[in-house]
Write a protein that binds this ligand. Structure first.
Ligand SMILES: Cc1ncc(COP(=O)(O)O)c(C=O)c1O
Length: 320
């Protein structure tokens, strides 16, 4: 196989996730991608077909946003990455300092001040057997690009969700706290939402309680109190979820982690989702039931406002 070419391209890149566009426009340039210490143009950024990340979904990842020249909650994302790695016995081949520099340099190489990073650590190249001992060195891939998960209109009006039949994986199978490359469970849920014409899928756990959505944590508000499922219900320990806890404390609002049923969602005054890609986004309909007055309401809007302020004011500087 030809050795991929290294480059130092600096240009805006196409959106990583954009429901509006599917092809690159003529003004969009190729992304520059980090793989194991080197930078490659998008077309040359390749990994082996024997990488167990591809063959078995054996690996971990993080989705991280940067705003206004700063990476938002970088330490927390790296902490979770290292926790995921430890849980699946994967040794990340570089230290946190080196990882931070690799992330920042990837953003710089792409000439971006706002965007989204996908950081992936695969088990590495092995053989066709699934035994990870065959994989001698994990691979690190970093993609820095722009992202627009939902249209501006959907972000302002709020999302519709449907409950899907696909259950969140139980902790006894694949613990949802591990942000692994194995997202087929969530992909199946997402397909159900697509087929139902909804924006997102509400995923339940084996007990029938709300766990989370396919890539977001769920919050509901009833009579001024905020509720969210506990991590043990099958929710990812979301970084944005934690930011919402911080904001609530700042605003003097209480959040209770408790089991939530579909009924609780139907009768909530407000509902919103949190995720790095989705940010803080209102939900206005669940399984055809209008939530509250069907519009993003007071507490959700206060959360969104403060969240936006924090994203612009805090974070690890990229160009310092
Ligand atoms: C399954 C799942 N739940 C929740 C979240 C939200 O987590 P965070 O706020 O850390 O992006 C994500 C996204 O990473 C996710 O994939």
């Amino acid at each position: 196989m030809d050795e991929p070419k290294e480059t130092v391209a600096k240009a805006p890149v196409k959106p990583a996730i954009d429901s509006q566009k599917s092809a690159k426009s003529s003004t969009e340039k190729e992304a520059t991608i980090y793989i194991d210490g080197k930078f490659f143009p998008e077309a040359d950024a390749k990994i082996s077909v024997f990488d167990h990340g591809l063959l078995y979904g054996d690996g971990i990842f993080e989705g991280i946003r940067f705003y206004n020249g700063r990476v938002f909650r970088l330490e927390e994302h790296l902490e979770r990455l290292w926790d995921s790695a430890r849980s699946i016995c994967l040794e990340i081949p570089i230290g946190r300092g080196e990882m931070t520099e690799a992330l920042l340099e990837t953003i710089r190489q792409n000439g971006l001040r706002e965007g989204y990073i996908r950081l992936i650590v695969t088990r590495g190249v092995g053989n066709l057997g699934l035994n990870p001992t065959q994989c001698k060195r994990p691979s690190i891939i970093i993609i820095a690009t722009t992202i627009a998960l939902y249209s501006k209109e959907v972000c302002e009006k709020g999302l519709t969700v449907v409950t899907c039949a696909t259950r969140r994986t139980g902790a006894a199978a694949l613990n949802p706290a591990v942000k692994s490359l194995n997202y087929l469970n969530n992909v199946m849920a997402r397909i159900e939402a697509n087929l139902a014409g909804a924006d997102e899928a509400l995923m339940l756990n084996e007990a029938g309680n709300v766990a989370e959505c396919t890539a977001d944590n769920v919050f509901i508000i009833k009579r001024g109190h905020i509720f969210t499922p506990p991590i043990a219900a099958g929710a990812l320990r979301g970084i944005t979820r934690a930011v919402v806890f911080d904001i609530a404390a700042e605003l003097g609002l209480k959040i209770k982690e408790t089991d939530i049923t579909r009924h609780d969602v139907f009768v909530a005054d407000e509902c919103f989702l949190t995720g790095t890609a989705a940010e803080v986004i209102p939900v206005i309909k669940a399984d055809g039931r209008v939530i509250g007055n069907g519009k993003p309401s007071a507490i959700t809007l206060r959360m969104i406002k403060r969240f936006r302020e924090l994203t612009r004011e805090t974070g690890t500087p990229i160009f310092a």
